[in-house]
Design a protein. Structure first.
Length: 336
């Protein structure tokens, strides 16, 4: 089978691999689609994701496909099932796993990060992280349940009410998902702020959100009850704190450089009684994310801009391919 292998820092190559064997508690999946995310760009550049990737490794932690084989101990899926995979595998034994905070697991494994993922024609995963996909959800949409679930975790950490006004700063794929999920959670006014007229227009027309192009318009200060930072830069993090109203919740979701820092006016945090919250990966949110897709309340397909082959992935993760809203790799299996 063909596999796209990260051989070293900034070194991807298509190779011939044997179809992997499975353990009794594992599933072999014929990959249909694999999404490409900012984490893949970081891993390509030698930076950590949810965990560190040690080459040679097959990336692809966002994926979907059809079950090709199941281990003897597997009962939750069967051959032929259409599935998606939560990449995060928790140890279940550390203090964080044993206190209902598995996302902070001290021994985290991840499909497509610490073990081979969806950038190959067949990959394996423990059955416990494999989820069936409803018939009315395409495998192309199902490939991005993982990024939806990460945004869902962030929203789960917030206290939401219909009266609130929400700002999402960042028009990347995750920022666009946040705008949809906040609307699905009943927030009556959601504003997406970014730099791409094309993306902002697309979200305004498809999903009815308000938009701000930050290259042309100012974000109002002290105006929003919920503020989601989905960029990861010090300047946008500071913008989010300034945009927060009294009593606001600020979710710091964007992944910044490990050495980056931003300034906080501690008196503003005190006076406005702000809650500043981080969000890491996606515990307990795959079922909700699949349900949002099945209900139509979240639809990622209008956000997809590129469908790539293995030999085109490096152009994207290296930055050579521009104007990408969301890219997926068509690996094989069922059509969309």
């Amino acid at each position: 089978m063909k596999a796209l292998v990260l051989q070293g820092i900034k070194d991807l190559a298509v190779q011939e691999y044997d179809v992997p064997e499975i353990n009794p508690d594992e599933v072999l999946i014929h990959t249909a689609y694999a999404g490409i995310c900012g984490t893949d760009k970081a891993l390509y550049a030698g930076l950590p994701g949810s965990a560190s990737a040690v080459p040679p490794i097959v990336l692809g932690h966002e994926n979907s496909g059809v079950v090709a084989k199941v281990g003897d101990a597997v009962t939750n899926v069967k051959v032929g099932d259409r599935v998606t995979v939560d990449p995060n595998i928790y140890c279940g034994q550390c203090k964080y796993c044993r206190t209902s905070r598995p996302e902070l697991c001290e021994h985290l494994d991840a499909v497509g990060v610490t073990r081979d993922g969806g950038f190959e024609e067949y990959f394996t995963a423990p059955a416990k992280v494999v989820y069936q996909v409803p018939d009315n959800v395409s495998l192309k949409a199902a490939a991005v349940v993982e990024p939806i679930s990460c945004a869902m975790h962030g929203v789960d950490l917030l206290t939401t009410h219909p009266y609130q006004k929400a700002l999402v700063l960042g028009d990347g794929f995750e920022g666009q998902l946040f705008a949809q999920i906040l609307k699905a959670r009943g927030i009556h006014e959601v504003t997406l702020a970014g730099r791409s007229d094309e993306k902002l227009t697309n979200n305004r027309e498809h999903f009815g959100v308000k938009t701000i192009n930050t290259t042309k318009e100012e974000i109002l200060a002290d105006a929003f009850d919920i503020v989601v930072e989905a960029v990861g830069l010090p300047q946008t993090q500071e913008q989010c704190l300034a945009a927060a109203a009294k009593g606001a919740q600020v979710l710091m979701f964007g992944v910044g450089n490990p050495d980056a820092k931003f300034s906080v006016n501690t008196y503003d945090v005190f006076k406005k009684q702000l809650t500043i919250q981080g969000a890491f990966i996606n515990p307990y949110t795959f079922e909700d994310s699949i349900a949002l897709l099945a209900s139509g309340k979240v639809d990622p397909l209008p956000l997809f801009s590129h469908e790539l082959a293995f030999n085109e992935v490096e152009d994207f993760v290296s930055g050579k391919l521009g104007k990408v809203s969301k890219a997926v790799v068509k690996v094989g299996g069922e059509e969309a």
